[in-house]
Design a protein around this ligand. Sequence first.
Ligand code: HEM
Length: 418
Amino acid sequence: MTDTASDRPAAPGCPAHGGAVRMAGLEYQQTPSQLYRTLRREHGAVAPVLLDGDVPAWLVLGYTEVSYVVRHDELFARDSRRWNQWDSIPADWPLLPYVGYQPSVLFTEGEEHRRRAGVITHALEGIDQFQLARDCQYIADQLIGAFAGSGQAELMRAYAHAVPMRAAVQMCGMPHSGTDTEQFVDDLRISLDAAEGDDPVAAYARVGERLRRLVGEKREKPGPDVTSRMLSHPAGLTDEEVVQDLISVIAAAQQPTGNWIGNTLRLLLTDERFALNVSGGRLSVGEALNEVLWLDTPTQNFIGRWAVRDTQLGGRQIRAGDCLVLGLAAANTDPQIWPESHVGAENSAHLSFGNGEHRCPYPAPLLADVIARTAVETLLDRLPDLVLAVEPEELTWRPSIWMRGLTALPAEFTPAVH
Ligand code: HEM
């Protein structure tokens, strides 16, 4: 059962929201596919929802509807300042880090967005994918070396999140290890994913300072890295624009790629179709990576888009300034595109990287694939008898409706001497 707010009056200015579903609370659902099926049955392809603090929004659940929203930025745009609910948002609102306007590529629109996204695409295109694979293998080897001798590891923290974090830092032109980098990596982790006792605000400020210093260093002495290519691009971004967009690139790369690796390792270690120790006939790492993007995608829901004018979507009346959450996971498993319930095709027509103007910019999905594939393959090569250290049912998902990732992935293996 979903927790609905049908006993409450409709949200002011939003008559369609009688019967809205509270999204805060749904994060404890451990099987989102069932949750989205129920929501779709009860509410159709566009469901009225209440975000934290009962702030109304729309959750777009249909494949066709999500595709329509992301392809029509003249109707559904990214600048959150047009939200009609700002009056009811407190200063400490938990979703503010994702929704509060920042002068980065994420919130720009039209010509300005094409300018900023064009610079990022150019800078990422300069990455040699073979070199990236070699760098990731080196990073992976170093991380594995730190726990290989003990015969056990918690792979989410020690590996799945650490590989893309270090790869992203190195791409931007910082060394992948050393005290300075360790501090930066730690601050990034705290600002993106604070644990008990962390101070994410202070960590985020240090991330900005370090990137400002990096931009200064690369202006002085450019190198073969993303930061230098962004600075030398003819679009002429200011130092502050480069800092903002580097934060977006690193943050956008880290959490989803880390969870993509973790969710793929889980699938490989728990599903007999991928049984690792049985030779012959097993499905490949590539197939596991792709299946995860269809069925356990890291970015489950993305906030979002804001309606530019009054319009309609999936039979709902959308008002100018309404917020729409992109239900990417729901769209990927939409029964309309899977009439025979054979969810999880070998093609990549899923919406896990978004679509349209603000999609995950080419070639980021390819780079993410290189990072994730190298991380998974290196681990399985180095520790061939790797198994889960708990029963599959004991694995738990993080309580988040936004990101699908495990709280922990404890594994064991024969200690390796090296
Ligand atoms: C090397 C790794 C990655 C990099 C550098 C990267 C970079 C970015 C950037 C810069 C954006 C903002 C685009 C814009 O607003 O114009 C973005 C958006 C996005 N990325 Fe990625 N990303 C990476 C990996 C991933 C992965 C692994 C996933 C999920 C499987 C993912 C899913 C998304 C989604 C859903 C969006 C938002 C699309 C939208 O607003 O419609 N990204 N990414």
